[in-house]
Design a protein around this ligand. Structure first.
Ligand SMILES: Cc1cc2nc3c(=O)[nH]c(=O)nc-3n(C[C@H](O)[C@H](O)[C@H](O)COP(=O)(O)O)c2cc1C
Length: 322
């Protein structure tokens, strides 16, 4: 029998904090894990040295609780340097999550270091391939999610139950989940947990700029859009002035070279970390309309779990199962 998601990750609550490019810092990952969920240090937008430093910060903050690292494969030209950091620090880590690329060459390699491997998938086919290569957990990430999504644009609601049926590894649902009701719904679809991104950007410990957090509090689902479609990519972001300009340019399908000055990671960093909102872009999922407060990760996780339990009870009542 397959282990449950909580058993694989060694955490009390079935909530994974997703990799967060530029803003997935060690303090946030450590605080999430210390609160009983599963925090992850992001590697996108970091040098290998900075990843190593943030892992150390997460380790101090998490205490004896497990945490992981996210490795978006195609984001790193020098991926070997990041793999080396993860291998060197593996004794402090519980898991690595692989996204944005072919995970197959890395799964066994990380497992041989004693790590569990989480693979982020956006189609059933990807999930089957990852599971057959030995992935310990599959994240089913739907089109509602903040950041880079799969080009098939399958929604979380449709994707999760189909993935659960196709693989025996535990599945965590991701995309558009920003409340306890979303967590409860994920369980009803057969998932054993969730991965959340946007909601954690608004946690107190996250280094995201105060203006970014403010936009998450004020934002509604209609304030996100998808950019980079003209390049065959799907990136869900907030509608900033720069993003509006990118969409206008994309209408003429100008190609990568013409868009490169606007869509690069430095424009993400400028807005997300330095608060230069008008000149940058910000990853954000459609669940943004559910965010109304900034709070510490511990409070957020306690609140999400209480809301999820209440939602399950109310659902049972609605089904006449009280
Ligand atoms: C600010 C931000 C940055 C992200 N960066 C990454 C990343 O570097 N690697 C990755 O695998 N996923 C990344 N994601 C996706 C999240 O890990 C997660 O799967 C997604 O946010 C879930 O959907 P939600 O935003 O609706 O909660 C990012 C999402 C956000 C909001």
């Amino acid at each position: 029998m397959t282990d449950t998601l909580r058993a694989v990750l060694g955490c009390e609550h079935p909530i994974i904090q997703g990799g967060l490019a530029y803003v997935g810092n060690g303090l946030l990952a450590g605080a999430v894990s210390a609160a009983g969920a599963f925090g992850q240090v992001g590697s996108a937008g970091r040098t290998p040295g900075s990843l190593s430093d943030e892992i150390e910060i997460a380790r101090e903050r998490a205490g004896d609780k497990p945490f992981g690292v996210n490795l978006p494969i195609s984001e790193h030209h020098d991926i070997g340097d990041y793999v080396a950091v993860i291998e060197r620090t593996a004794r402090h880590l519980r898991a690595v999550s692989l996204s944005a690329g072919n995970p197959r060459p890395y799964i066994k390699r990380f497992q041989d270091c004693g790590l569990k491997v989480i693979v982020v998938a956006s189609t059933v086919e990807q999930a089957i391939k990852a599971a057959s290569a030995g992935a310990d957990v599959i994240v089913a990430e739907g089109y509602e999610a903040g950041g880079h999504n799969g080009p098939a644009e399958i929604t979380t609601m449709a994707l999760v139950p189909q993935m659960v049926r196709a693989v025996s590894a535990p599945v965590a649902a991701a995309g558009g989940i920003a409340s306890g009701a979303g967590i409860a719904a994920a369980f009803m679809l057969g998932a054993q947990g969730v991965q959340m991104g946007t909601r954690f950007v608004a946690a107190s410990e996250c280094i995201a700029h105060a203006r970014y957090k403010e936009m998450l509090i004020r934002g509604e689902a209609v304030d996100t859009c998808v950019m980079e479609r003209s390049l065959g990519r799907v990136t869900r972001v907030l509608k900033t002035p720069l993003v509006q300009r990118i969409l206008e340019l994309e209408a003429a399908k100008p190609g990568f070279a013409a868009l490169a000055p606007y869509i690069g990671g430095e424009r993400n960093r400028a807005a997300a970390v330095d608060g230069e909102i008008d000149e940058g872009w910000l990853n954000c999922g459609q669940g943004v309309g559910l965010i109304s407060e900034i709070m510490p990760a511990s409070e957020l996780i306690a609140r999400l779990m209480a809301e999820a339990r209440l939602a399950v009870r109310e659902g049972m009542g609605a089904l006449g199962m009280e």
